[in-house]
Design a binder for this molecule. Structure first.
Ligand code: ZN
Length: 252
């Protein structure tokens, strides 16, 4: 393990709380609040600039056959704006892919590469596409698209009709909904905001939301033990260098 410790010392990856420009790339409206709402509130409270990129329109999120998809998509946009406001997120970018749709992840990647080049985040957070029992294709495709975008944005000839020099800003990727967390963020002071933000997604209330909130609190208590506090969120931080041809990535 000395070898790994030496590697991480040399990479000098900041603590998550020290990142000042963060991009959160989510498959659906509500994923970011549920998985890392406390972390987002904590980062924005400490002065970080946070942008949300939401890949799909959320139009599958209902059991009501009489609610048209377009109407639900509009409603979910409004709910997401309110939730983002609670957490201090000022900017949102919607890619507009169809929720549960038959799109290729490369299409998402192509948008993300250029958004990353323009926005210049230091940390990108997204769903962990390696979660073995995740069967929602949007969660797998978006996590994969974001990871590949983080790998490729620095190459000027990739997805760019007019290649230009690219500033390499991203130091790490942070995975949420991850089976292998390595970072536990204390959210005791921000938990009320997280719950308030989740509840802004009114169209998703009922139908298991109570169970979800109970599950989240138990899980955050469990992770809190790793962080020395009552509630913590679990994230897997990977240095960008570890995203390709780095066999020790599993061990981070
Ligand atoms: Zn989702």
């Amino acid at each position: 393990m000395e070898f790994l410790e030496e590697i991480f010392e040399n990479l000098q990856i900041p603590k998550i709380e020290d990142f000042k420009k963060v991009m959160v790339i989510s498959p659906h409206p509500d994923d970011a609040e549920i998985a890392i709402g406390g972390t987002v509130a904590k980062l924005s409270d400490s002065g970080a600039e946070i942008v949300y990129v939401i890949a799909t329109d959320g139009s599958l999120g209902t059991r009501d056959p009489d609610l048209p998809r377009e109407a639900l998509a509009l409603r979910r946009k409004e709910e997401q704006s309110k939730a983002a406001e609670v957490l201090g997120v000022k900017e949102m970018i919607w890619l507009g892919f169809e929720d549960g749709g038959d799109y290729a992840h490369e299409k998402v990647r192509s948008y993300l590469v250029n958004i990353i080049r323009d926005y210049k985040p230091q940390l990108v957070m997204t769903t962990d596409p390696t979660l073995r029992y995740e069967f929602h294709p949007d969660h797998i495709k978006v996590g994969k698209a974001a990871s590949e975008a983080v790998l490729f944005y620095q190459f000027p000839h990739f997805e760019s009709p007019k290649p230009r020099a690219v500033e390499e800003t991203i130091q790490a990727i942070g995975y949420f909904f991850t089976p292998k967390p390595n970072t536990f963020v204390c959210i005791d002071e921000f938990r009320d905001k997280k719950i308030e933000a989740i509840q802004k997604h009114e169209s998703q209330m009922g139908g298991g939301m109570e169970t979800l909130l109970w599950y989240l609190s138990r899980k955050e208590n469990f992770h809190g033990k790793n962080a020395g506090c009552e509630y913590a969120e679990a994230i897997r931080i990977m240095p960008t260098l570890a995203l390709h041809a780095f066999a020790e990535g599993e061990l981070i």
